[in-house]
Design a protein around this ligand. Sequence first.
Ligand SMILES: *[C@@H]1O[C@H](CO)[C@@H](O)[C@H](O)[C@H]1NC(C)=O
Ligand SMILES: *[C@@H]1O[C@H](CO)[C@@H](O)[C@H](O)[C@H]1NC(C)=O
Length: 313
Amino acid sequence: MARVRTWYNHSRPARATLIWLISALLFIFFFKTICQLRFYSPSAGTMELNSERRSKLYDKMGRDLDEHGAAFLKHGETSQSLSLSDLFDFKDGIVRPKLKPADPPVRANVLYLSKEYSMPISIAVKSTFLPYFDKVVWFQNSSFYHFSMFHASHHLTPVPATEEEIVSEMNAVQAVAEEICSLRIILDRVVLTSTGVLLGCWQVVSGTDPVTIRGKLRSALPRAPEKQLYDVAMLHTSFARLLGPPTNFHMELNQTSDQLHFFHKLVRHLNDQIRGMEAVVSELWYVEELDVLALALEGRMKIHKFQLGCRHT
Ligand SMILES: *[C@@H]1O[C@H](CO)[C@@H](O)[C@H](O)[C@H]1NC(C)=O
Ligand SMILES: *[C@@H]1O[C@H](CO)[C@@H](O)[C@H](O)[C@H]1NC(C)=O
Protein backbone atom coordinates (compact mmCIF):
# COMPACT_ATOMS: atom_id res chain seq x y z
CA MET A 1 0.00 0.00 0.00
CA ALA A 2 2.75 2.39 1.03
CA ARG A 3 4.72 1.47 -2.08
CA VAL A 4 1.81 2.25 -4.31
CA ARG A 5 1.26 5.60 -2.68
CA THR A 6 4.95 6.37 -3.00
CA TRP A 7 4.91 5.48 -6.67
CA TYR A 8 1.82 7.59 -7.18
CA ASN A 9 3.33 10.56 -5.39
CA HIS A 10 6.60 10.22 -7.22
CA SER A 11 5.00 9.71 -10.60
CA ARG A 12 2.79 12.76 -10.41
CA PRO A 13 5.33 15.13 -11.97
CA ALA A 14 6.23 12.40 -14.48
CA ARG A 15 2.60 12.06 -15.53
CA ALA A 16 2.24 15.79 -15.92
CA THR A 17 5.33 15.82 -18.12
CA LEU A 18 3.95 12.97 -20.19
CA ILE A 19 0.58 14.67 -20.67
CA TRP A 20 2.34 17.93 -21.54
CA LEU A 21 4.54 16.10 -24.05
CA ILE A 22 1.58 14.36 -25.73
CA SER A 23 -0.28 17.68 -25.92
CA ALA A 24 2.76 19.34 -27.47
CA LEU A 25 3.14 16.54 -30.03
CA LEU A 26 -0.56 16.68 -30.87
CA PHE A 27 -0.33 20.45 -31.21
CA ILE A 28 2.70 20.16 -33.54
CA PHE A 29 0.95 17.44 -35.56
CA PHE A 30 -2.23 19.52 -36.01
CA PHE A 31 -0.27 22.68 -36.70
CA LYS A 32 1.69 20.93 -39.45
CA THR A 33 -1.50 19.47 -40.92
CA ILE A 34 -3.11 22.90 -40.93
CA CYS A 35 -0.02 24.37 -42.58
CA GLN A 36 -0.15 21.69 -45.25
CA LEU A 37 -3.82 22.39 -45.81
CA ARG A 38 -3.15 26.09 -46.07
CA PHE A 39 -0.12 25.87 -48.34
CA TYR A 40 -0.69 22.77 -50.48
CA SER A 41 -4.41 22.18 -50.72
CA PRO A 42 -5.44 25.44 -52.34
CA SER A 43 -3.32 24.91 -55.46
CA ALA A 44 -4.25 21.24 -55.74
CA GLY A 45 -7.85 22.14 -54.97
CA THR A 46 -7.89 24.96 -57.52
CA MET A 47 -6.44 22.64 -60.15
CA GLU A 48 -9.23 20.17 -59.43
CA LEU A 49 -11.83 22.92 -59.65
CA ASN A 50 -10.46 24.06 -63.01
CA SER A 51 -10.54 20.49 -64.32
CA GLU A 52 -14.10 20.10 -63.11
CA ARG A 53 -15.05 23.38 -64.72
CA ARG A 54 -13.56 22.18 -68.01
CA SER A 55 -15.36 18.83 -67.77
CA LYS A 56 -18.69 20.60 -67.28
CA LEU A 57 -18.00 22.91 -70.21
CA TYR A 58 -17.08 19.98 -72.44
CA ASP A 59 -20.22 18.07 -71.35
CA LYS A 60 -22.27 21.09 -72.36
CA MET A 61 -20.44 21.44 -75.69
CA GLY A 62 -21.01 17.73 -76.30
CA ARG A 63 -24.78 18.20 -75.82
CA ASP A 64 -24.91 21.24 -78.11
CA LEU A 65 -25.47 19.25 -81.32
CA ASP A 66 -28.43 17.32 -79.84
CA GLU A 67 -29.92 20.40 -78.23
CA HIS A 68 -29.61 22.79 -81.18
CA GLY A 69 -29.53 20.43 -84.16
CA ALA A 70 -27.05 20.55 -87.02
CA ALA A 71 -27.26 24.24 -87.83
CA PHE A 72 -24.34 23.92 -90.26
CA LEU A 73 -26.64 22.02 -92.64
CA LYS A 74 -28.38 25.36 -93.15
CA HIS A 75 -26.62 28.56 -92.23
CA GLY A 76 -24.09 27.87 -89.54
CA GLU A 77 -22.41 30.39 -87.33
CA THR A 78 -18.96 29.93 -85.91
CA SER A 79 -18.11 30.11 -82.23
CA GLN A 80 -17.05 33.71 -82.92
CA SER A 81 -20.53 34.51 -84.34
CA LEU A 82 -19.41 34.82 -87.95
CA SER A 83 -21.64 33.20 -90.54
CA LEU A 84 -20.10 30.36 -92.57
CA SER A 85 -21.31 31.80 -95.86
CA ASP A 86 -19.30 34.92 -94.97
CA LEU A 87 -16.20 32.79 -94.51
CA PHE A 88 -16.20 30.33 -97.40
CA ASP A 89 -16.73 30.24 -101.13
CA PHE A 90 -18.06 27.04 -102.71
CA LYS A 91 -17.55 27.90 -106.37
CA ASP A 92 -16.46 25.18 -108.84
CA GLY A 93 -16.81 22.46 -106.25
CA ILE A 94 -13.85 23.75 -104.25
CA VAL A 95 -13.95 25.22 -100.76
CA ARG A 96 -11.95 28.41 -100.49
CA PRO A 97 -11.83 30.69 -97.50
CA LYS A 98 -13.06 34.18 -98.24
CA LEU A 99 -10.36 36.26 -96.65
CA LYS A 100 -11.43 39.66 -95.43
CA PRO A 101 -9.03 42.21 -93.96
CA ALA A 102 -9.46 42.63 -90.23
CA ASP A 103 -9.42 46.32 -89.43
CA PRO A 104 -7.82 46.81 -86.99
CA PRO A 105 -5.94 43.46 -87.08
CA VAL A 106 -7.05 41.00 -84.42
CA ARG A 107 -4.33 40.46 -81.82
CA ALA A 108 -4.61 36.94 -80.43
CA ASN A 109 -2.56 35.13 -77.82
CA VAL A 110 -2.61 31.40 -78.39
CA LEU A 111 -0.79 28.34 -77.12
CA TYR A 112 0.73 26.39 -79.98
CA LEU A 113 0.40 22.64 -80.49
CA SER A 114 3.50 21.45 -82.31
CA LYS A 115 3.34 19.30 -85.45
CA GLU A 116 4.61 16.27 -83.56
CA TYR A 117 1.11 16.13 -82.03
CA SER A 118 -1.02 17.90 -84.61
CA MET A 119 0.00 15.71 -87.56
CA PRO A 120 -1.39 12.40 -86.22
CA ILE A 121 -4.58 14.20 -85.16
CA SER A 122 -4.95 15.82 -88.55
CA ILE A 123 -4.50 12.47 -90.31
CA ALA A 124 -7.18 10.82 -88.13
CA VAL A 125 -9.59 13.73 -88.64
CA LYS A 126 -9.17 13.69 -92.41
CA SER A 127 -9.49 9.92 -92.74
CA THR A 128 -12.72 10.03 -90.72
CA PHE A 129 -14.46 13.00 -92.35
CA LEU A 130 -13.10 13.39 -95.87
CA PRO A 131 -14.81 10.26 -97.26
CA TYR A 132 -18.22 11.74 -96.38
CA PHE A 133 -17.68 15.49 -96.56
CA ASP A 134 -15.73 15.93 -99.75
CA LYS A 135 -15.80 19.62 -100.72
CA VAL A 136 -17.97 20.64 -97.76
CA VAL A 137 -15.34 20.55 -95.06
CA TRP A 138 -12.49 22.83 -94.12
CA PHE A 139 -9.57 21.26 -92.28
CA GLN A 140 -7.45 23.29 -89.92
CA ASN A 141 -3.88 23.30 -91.28
CA SER A 142 -1.81 21.16 -88.90
CA SER A 143 0.95 23.81 -88.90
CA PHE A 144 -1.41 26.11 -87.00
CA TYR A 145 -3.17 23.96 -84.40
CA HIS A 146 -3.64 26.31 -81.46
CA PHE A 147 -5.48 26.97 -78.21
CA SER A 148 -7.01 30.43 -78.13
CA MET A 149 -6.16 32.05 -74.78
CA PHE A 150 -6.71 35.78 -74.73
CA HIS A 151 -7.30 38.56 -77.23
CA ALA A 152 -5.65 41.97 -76.99
CA SER A 153 -8.19 42.98 -79.64
CA HIS A 154 -10.95 41.01 -81.37
CA HIS A 155 -13.55 41.72 -84.03
CA LEU A 156 -16.39 42.21 -81.55
CA THR A 157 -14.49 44.80 -79.50
CA PRO A 158 -11.71 46.22 -81.67
CA VAL A 159 -8.89 47.89 -79.74
CA PRO A 160 -6.72 49.79 -82.23
CA ALA A 161 -3.02 49.92 -81.43
CA THR A 162 -0.05 51.86 -82.77
CA GLU A 163 3.18 50.10 -83.77
CA GLU A 164 4.67 51.15 -80.43
CA GLU A 165 1.69 49.81 -78.48
CA ILE A 166 1.97 46.51 -80.35
CA VAL A 167 5.66 46.26 -79.42
CA SER A 168 4.89 46.93 -75.78
CA GLU A 169 2.07 44.34 -75.85
CA MET A 170 4.50 41.83 -77.33
CA ASN A 171 7.04 42.54 -74.59
CA ALA A 172 4.36 42.11 -71.94
CA VAL A 173 3.27 38.78 -73.45
CA GLN A 174 6.88 37.60 -73.63
CA ALA A 175 7.26 38.37 -69.92
CA VAL A 176 4.14 36.28 -69.22
CA ALA A 177 5.48 33.41 -71.36
CA GLU A 178 8.65 33.41 -69.26
CA GLU A 179 6.58 32.74 -66.12
CA ILE A 180 4.39 30.01 -67.58
CA CYS A 181 5.40 26.35 -67.23
CA SER A 182 4.98 23.93 -70.14
CA LEU A 183 1.63 22.19 -70.05
CA ARG A 184 1.31 18.44 -70.21
CA ILE A 185 -2.18 17.88 -71.53
CA ILE A 186 -4.47 15.02 -72.51
CA LEU A 187 -7.17 14.97 -75.17
CA ASP A 188 -10.32 14.57 -73.08
CA ARG A 189 -12.72 14.25 -76.02
CA VAL A 190 -13.61 15.45 -79.48
CA VAL A 191 -16.96 17.20 -79.91
CA LEU A 192 -18.90 18.43 -82.92
CA THR A 193 -20.83 21.63 -82.22
CA SER A 194 -24.18 22.53 -83.75
CA THR A 195 -22.30 25.02 -85.93
CA GLY A 196 -20.24 22.21 -87.47
CA VAL A 197 -16.96 22.94 -85.72
CA LEU A 198 -15.02 19.84 -84.74
CA LEU A 199 -13.19 20.64 -81.53
CA GLY A 200 -10.58 18.87 -79.48
CA CYS A 201 -11.22 19.47 -75.76
CA TRP A 202 -8.21 18.99 -73.51
CA GLN A 203 -7.49 18.49 -69.82
CA VAL A 204 -4.36 19.62 -68.01
CA VAL A 205 -2.16 16.97 -66.38
CA SER A 206 0.54 19.38 -65.17
CA GLY A 207 1.92 22.83 -65.85
CA THR A 208 0.33 26.25 -65.64
CA ASP A 209 -3.46 26.10 -65.88
CA PRO A 210 -5.20 28.11 -68.65
CA VAL A 211 -7.10 29.97 -65.90
CA THR A 212 -3.77 31.25 -64.55
CA ILE A 213 -2.42 31.97 -68.03
CA ARG A 214 -5.48 34.03 -68.96
CA GLY A 215 -5.26 35.85 -65.62
CA LYS A 216 -1.62 36.77 -66.26
CA LEU A 217 -2.38 37.90 -69.81
CA ARG A 218 -5.25 40.05 -68.59
CA SER A 219 -2.96 41.82 -66.11
CA ALA A 220 -0.27 42.20 -68.77
CA LEU A 221 -2.71 43.60 -71.36
CA PRO A 222 -4.86 46.12 -69.48
CA ARG A 223 -6.32 47.63 -72.68
CA ALA A 224 -7.71 44.26 -73.84
CA PRO A 225 -11.47 43.81 -74.29
CA GLU A 226 -13.19 43.13 -70.97
CA LYS A 227 -15.36 40.51 -72.65
CA GLN A 228 -13.26 37.69 -74.07
CA LEU A 229 -14.42 35.00 -76.50
CA TYR A 230 -14.02 31.88 -74.39
CA ASP A 231 -14.47 30.60 -70.86
CA VAL A 232 -11.31 31.13 -68.76
CA ALA A 233 -10.85 27.41 -68.14
CA MET A 234 -11.35 26.25 -71.72
CA LEU A 235 -8.51 24.46 -73.52
CA HIS A 236 -9.68 23.63 -77.00
CA THR A 237 -8.36 23.49 -80.51
CA SER A 238 -10.42 23.38 -83.67
CA PHE A 239 -9.70 20.52 -86.07
CA ALA A 240 -12.20 21.10 -88.85
CA ARG A 241 -15.38 22.89 -89.90
CA LEU A 242 -18.21 21.02 -91.57
CA LEU A 243 -19.88 23.35 -94.03
CA GLY A 244 -22.87 21.37 -95.25
CA PRO A 245 -24.58 17.98 -95.43
CA PRO A 246 -22.45 14.91 -96.22
CA THR A 247 -21.89 14.44 -99.93
CA ASN A 248 -20.53 10.98 -100.72
CA PHE A 249 -23.20 9.03 -98.99
CA HIS A 250 -24.98 5.91 -100.09
CA MET A 251 -28.34 6.91 -98.61
CA GLU A 252 -30.27 10.05 -97.97
CA LEU A 253 -30.40 11.17 -94.34
CA ASN A 254 -34.05 12.17 -94.38
CA GLN A 255 -34.71 12.39 -90.68
CA THR A 256 -32.99 14.81 -88.35
CA SER A 257 -32.42 11.89 -86.00
CA ASP A 258 -30.66 9.96 -88.80
CA GLN A 259 -28.36 12.89 -89.40
CA LEU A 260 -27.50 13.33 -85.74
CA HIS A 261 -26.99 9.61 -85.36
CA PHE A 262 -24.58 9.65 -88.28
CA PHE A 263 -22.60 12.64 -86.99
CA HIS A 264 -22.34 11.07 -83.53
CA LYS A 265 -21.07 7.87 -85.14
CA LEU A 266 -18.30 9.73 -86.97
CA VAL A 267 -17.30 11.64 -83.85
CA ARG A 268 -17.26 8.43 -81.82
CA HIS A 269 -15.08 6.80 -84.47
CA LEU A 270 -12.63 9.71 -84.26
CA ASN A 271 -12.67 9.64 -80.45
CA ASP A 272 -11.80 5.94 -80.53
CA GLN A 273 -8.67 6.84 -82.47
CA ILE A 274 -7.32 9.90 -80.68
CA ARG A 275 -9.01 10.35 -77.30
CA GLY A 276 -6.49 10.06 -74.45
CA MET A 277 -3.63 11.29 -76.58
CA GLU A 278 -1.04 13.26 -74.59
CA ALA A 279 0.85 16.34 -75.70
CA VAL A 280 3.26 18.92 -74.32
CA VAL A 281 2.69 22.60 -75.03
CA SER A 282 5.69 24.87 -74.72
CA GLU A 283 5.08 27.93 -76.93
CA LEU A 284 2.89 30.99 -76.55
CA TRP A 285 2.22 32.96 -79.74
CA TYR A 286 1.24 36.59 -80.07
CA VAL A 287 -0.47 36.69 -83.46
CA GLU A 288 -1.49 39.74 -85.47
CA GLU A 289 -4.29 38.45 -87.69
CA LEU A 290 -4.46 40.79 -90.67
CA ASP A 291 -7.41 38.85 -92.10
CA VAL A 292 -10.53 37.79 -90.20
CA LEU A 293 -9.86 34.37 -88.58
CA ALA A 294 -6.44 34.26 -90.24
CA LEU A 295 -5.18 31.50 -87.93
CA ALA A 296 -8.11 29.27 -88.83
CA LEU A 297 -8.31 30.13 -92.53
CA GLU A 298 -4.61 30.58 -93.32
CA GLY A 299 -4.96 34.26 -93.93
CA ARG A 300 -2.28 36.90 -93.59
CA MET A 301 -0.73 37.05 -90.12
CA LYS A 302 2.37 38.04 -88.21
CA ILE A 303 3.33 35.43 -85.68
CA HIS A 304 5.61 36.19 -82.73
CA LYS A 305 6.67 33.04 -80.88
CA PHE A 306 7.69 32.85 -77.23
CA GLN A 307 9.02 29.79 -75.38
CA LEU A 308 7.45 29.06 -72.01
CA GLY A 309 10.12 29.67 -69.36
CA CYS A 310 8.63 28.46 -66.04
CA ARG A 311 10.58 31.15 -64.20
CA HIS A 312 9.52 31.90 -60.64
CA THR A 313 8.59 35.47 -59.84
C1 LIG B 1 -0.21 24.58 -94.15
O1 LIG B 1 0.56 25.71 -93.91
C2 LIG B 1 1.93 25.58 -94.28
C3 LIG B 1 2.67 26.80 -93.79
O2 LIG B 1 2.07 27.96 -94.26
C4 LIG B 1 2.00 25.36 -95.78
O3 LIG B 1 3.35 25.20 -96.17
C5 LIG B 1 1.20 24.14 -96.16
O4 LIG B 1 1.14 24.00 -97.57
C6 LIG B 1 -0.22 24.20 -95.63
N1 LIG B 1 -0.86 22.92 -95.81
C7 LIG B 1 -2.02 22.79 -96.42
C8 LIG B 1 -2.55 21.40 -96.49
O5 LIG B 1 -2.63 23.71 -96.91
C1 LIG C 1 -35.23 9.33 -98.16
O1 LIG C 1 -36.15 9.91 -99.05
C2 LIG C 1 -35.99 9.46 -100.40
C3 LIG C 1 -36.94 10.27 -101.29
O2 LIG C 1 -38.00 10.78 -100.58
C4 LIG C 1 -36.25 7.95 -100.46
O3 LIG C 1 -36.11 7.47 -101.79
C5 LIG C 1 -35.26 7.25 -99.55
O4 LIG C 1 -35.54 5.85 -99.50
C6 LIG C 1 -35.35 7.78 -98.11
N1 LIG C 1 -34.26 7.25 -97.33
C7 LIG C 1 -34.41 6.76 -96.09
C8 LIG C 1 -33.18 6.23 -95.43
O5 LIG C 1 -35.49 6.74 -95.52
